[in-house]
Design a binder for this molecule. Sequence first.
Ligand code: BJW
Length: 232
Amino acid sequence: MGGCGAKMKIVVLTGAGVSAESGLGTFRDTNGLWTQYDLEDVATPQGFARDPALVHDFYNARRRNCISAAPNAAHEALVGLEKSKQHDLILVTQNVDDLHERAGSTGVIHMHGALMGALCASCDARWDAPAEMAADAPCPTCAAPATRPDIVWFGEIPYHMDDIMTHLEACDLFVAIGTSGTVYPAAGFVDLAGQAGADTLEINPEPTGGGFDQVIAGPASTAVPAWVDSLI
Ligand code: BJW
């Protein structure tokens, strides 16, 4: 995994922990979002059907937080890794914030959707999210009053799975940064990459014990830049 070898294909998977030091809450840590909200209410299609206004309030507030947050040194280090072109980097994120893009990463694969996107629950049209989204806002394509956040909720199929699987099968190194490894299918990526022959690395201040070959125990803002420095 050192800096002097051949060009590697690296798949990085990020979770809420990479944005924690930008002030965006994680889900399952102390004071995480799931200690304040019931995930069944705000992150399932059934919860949205029961109370769309509550779900929109939840995501409108998170969108406001995201807009006022800034990328941290971990997001920036991943841009440095991409720009160095010394390795092929595929960046997959479970996060719905846009901090990777605002740091300068390109081609980020958002498997759980995007806070800045709106989706029509009637015709599947997508458009840029307004600052405040409401369920009865008409879809710009079909006019149905069926606006929802473009977010993958529990029980829905994550986006770009075919592409992600292809990248996992072909990578030399899989790195999980700031994710608890509790939500599938992302939680299974380490095993899939390992079975395909990749080395696996976890970066997390509280390592998950998820079967990685190597672990760097530390916060993303210092551990990710140090890891990137070791590669380029
Ligand atoms: C730091 C740090 C710092 C702190 N630096 N690190 C039973 C068994 C197996 C599976 C299932 C099951 N029952 C149901 C399922 C499936 C279900 C699932 O996995 N449920 C589990 C709860 C068991 N999954 C689904 O339903 C998914 N769909 C699916 O499986 O479809 C079937 C299918 C798949 C593939 C192909 C075909 C079909 C959909 C999952 C949707 C997840 N959605 C959410 C919410 C929406 C997005 C949003 O609102 O933001 O996505 S849930 C939430 O969890 C969010 C996150 O993306 C996701 C992962 O959380 P993450 O990022 O790991 O955050 P935390 O808080 O858990 O962890 C933070 C970590 O950061 C910690 O480890 C800290 O230590 C660390 N950290 N500070 C670095 N400074």
